[in-house]
Design a protein around this ligand. Sequence first.
Ligand SMILES: CC(C)(COP(=O)(O)OP(=O)(O)OC[C@H]1O[C@@H](n2cnc3c(N)ncnc32)[C@H](O)[C@@H]1OP(=O)(O)O)[C@@H](O)C(=O)NCCC(=O)NCCS
Length: 139
Amino acid sequence: MEIEYAWRGPFTDEEVNVLHAEGFDHPSIDIDWSRRLERYSLGWVTARRGSSGAGNGGELVGFVNVPWDGDVHAFILDAMVSAVARRQGVGTSLVQVAVREARAAGCEWLHVDFEPHLRAFYFESCGFKPTDAGLIALR
Ligand SMILES: CC(C)(COP(=O)(O)OP(=O)(O)OC[C@H]1O[C@@H](n2cnc3c(N)ncnc32)[C@H](O)[C@@H]1OP(=O)(O)O)[C@@H](O)C(=O)NCCC(=O)NCCS
């Protein structure tokens, strides 16, 4: 499968909403991704299948959001690959681009948290190291 990856590549809110609903198993919600990402994120990575070369053609099959603190900490959020494109390395490649670009922007740390079944994905495939971390469910 020919996939093109783009840092801060173009997308429509609708296509990210479709991917998010499928990836996180909820009905489609009308999230204004464009505004959210421009305001809070260092960047994002798009993965498109059958793209024409400019990063803006082809079906959106993967996406990851990279919010940050404006300084040296960046975060992996909303990593998602469409069901038909999973287990072919797309998720790993999305994270590789995020690592490269966060480093290029001067970030020193890339954080992620995840459910236990994704340990192999983040630790073995993407190269994250286990660490102590904390989380409070606020609601
Ligand atoms: C998590 C996700 C982004 C991974 O994308 P992907 O393109 O399938 O990942 P890759 O093909 O790069 O996976 C590489 C390796 O990670 C591991 N891995 C990936 N997904 C896994 C899963 N669901 N369960 C267990 N191991 C997994 C495997 O070792 C895999 O190698 P293999 O296919 O040779 O066994 C994708 O499954 C997804 O969109 N899930 C739904 C949304 C979600 O939960 N996102 C994570 C939020 S923290």
